[in-house]
Design a protein around this ligand. Structure first.
Ligand SMILES: [Zn+2]
Ligand SMILES: [Zn+2]
Length: 234
């Protein structure tokens, strides 16, 4: 099996970790959860790892917690499921506009969207060190749906970003029912922004930076250990 050339999350090359079960490759910090070191043996990504009986343990913040850390309200299995869903969204090429917060320079965005949400926030809330760590899978799902709701609210329905958000939401919901068959999908809370004005103030002018998939790679660097790598040194 040939692994891909660019990170499944950020589409950039460099020092990448290869999954032994699927073609995907990741930067340590792009993978969910972020990894602290390159593993030495076989390794499977969050998308391939069994959520019930994980084949490998990741060297991540969670696994380095001191032994007597109180247990999280989010069970280890539910955490793995949420991480899997998060990485599924990140690895979908349509998710690029959702990776980071909308720029503070985006006209009117923060007047219209009262509860901004993006994948970087969701990813940070999966960590126990976060003061806003998820205490249930339902909280996680609410954040993901809020992100899509904001997208649908702010962008013209026929804009590229709105359509990406819509497709991505359908993708997420189908994966959600696979990963959490027992979890009924919470109804989107329509009241959250009820004090907002509802004019179709849209942001067609906001240009999201869509990453280009790079077609050619002359240097594949996939390593399981650290190497010095400069991104711009081709
Ligand atoms: Zn990456
Ligand atoms: Zn994999």
């Amino acid at each position: 099996m040939e692994n891909e050339d660019f990170c499944a999350v950020c589409s950039i090359g460099g020092e990448l970790l290869c999954c032994d079960r699927c073609p995907k490759v990741f930067h340590l910090t792009c993978h969910v959860p972020s990894l602290l070191s390159f593993p030495t043996g076989d390794w499977v990504c969050t998308l391939c790892r069994d959520v019930q009986r994980p084949e490998v343990e990741y060297d991540c913040e969670e696994s380095r917690l001191p032994p007597h850390t109180p247990p999280s309200a989010l069970s280890p299995c539910d955490l793995r499921k949420c991480e899997k869903l998060t990485l599924l969204i990140y690895s979908n090429i349509l998710s690029a506009p959702f990776h980071e917060p909308v720029s503070p320079l985006a006209r009117h965005y923060y007047q219209i969207i009262k509860r901004p949400m993006d994948l970087s926030v969701i990813r940070s809330r999966l960590k126990r060190s976060s003061s806003a760590h998820y205490s249930s899978a339902g909280e996680f799902v609410s954040d993901v749906l809020l992100m899509f709701k904001n997208c649908a609210k702010f962008n013209y329905p026929d804009s590229e970003v709105a359509q990406a958000g819509h497709s991505l939401q359908n993708f997420f919901l189908s994966k959600l029912s696979e990963v959490f068959p027992e979890l009924s999908c919470p109804a989107p809370d329509d009241d959250s922004d009820s004090d907002d004005y509802e004019e179709p103030e849209c942001a067609a002018a906001v240009a999201f930076p869509w990453p280009e998939r790079r077609e050619h790679s002359h240097r594949k660097r996939k390593r399981r250990r650290s190497l010095s790598w400069r991104r711009h040194h081709y």
